[in-house]
Design a protein around this ligand. Structure first.
Ligand code: 4NP
Length: 158
């Protein structure tokens, strides 16, 4: 079982959607026994909240229903998860400050978005509707590519 943790700032827009889209790809490929995903935020502002209603409405329009309760990252997450996937460089910097030597592999979400390696998943929180659709499409693509990468690099038996 590989455990993947998606991280953003508030854990109400980008990372819960990334978690839901990753889970969708896992289910579509029948790999539920092999992967577990979760999401969290680096900040504490929205602890306990459900995902942003604009994110959920946009996802619903694209045929995806999901829910989540926002939580903040804790030190135990760095040992609990195999992969920690921050949405942007600022989230990455905060994670590296929190834990300089984690067991988990840290990698930016868009390092799995072909042609957009090293760039940020834009934060739709302060933007308009178009931002949510853009983020949905790029996370749909990047989480599918992440899953494909994990499948390709899977260690085979001892
Ligand atoms: P997220 O978006 O990091 O994608 O969940 C944000 C949500 C809330 C805030 C910032 C970003 N905020 O400043 O409250």
């Amino acid at each position: 079982m590989k455990k993947v943790l998606f991280v953003c700032l508030g854990n109400i827009c980008r990372s819960p959607l990334a978690e839901a889209l990753f889970n969708k790809h896992v289910a579509n490929r029948g790999l539920q026994q092999e992967y577990m995903a979760d999401s969290c935020g680096t900040a504490a502002y929205h602890i306990g909240e459900e995902p942003d209603p604009r994110s959920r409405a946009n996802a619903r329009a694209n045929g995806l229903e999901y829910t989540h309760r926002a939580r903040q990252i804790g030190l135990a997450d760095f040992d609990e998860f195999d992969y920690i996937i921050p949405m942007d460089a600022s989230n990455m910097a905060n994670l590296q400050l929190l834990h300089p030597n984690p067991k988990a592999t840290l990698k930016l979400m868009r390092d799995f978005d072909p042609g957009h390696e090293g760039t940020n998943v834009p934060d739709p929180y302060f933007g308009g509707e178009r931002g949510f659709q853009e983020v949905f499409e790029l996370l749909d693509r990047a989480t599918a590519a992440l899953l494909e990468h994990l499948q390709q690099t899977k260690k085979v038996g001892p």
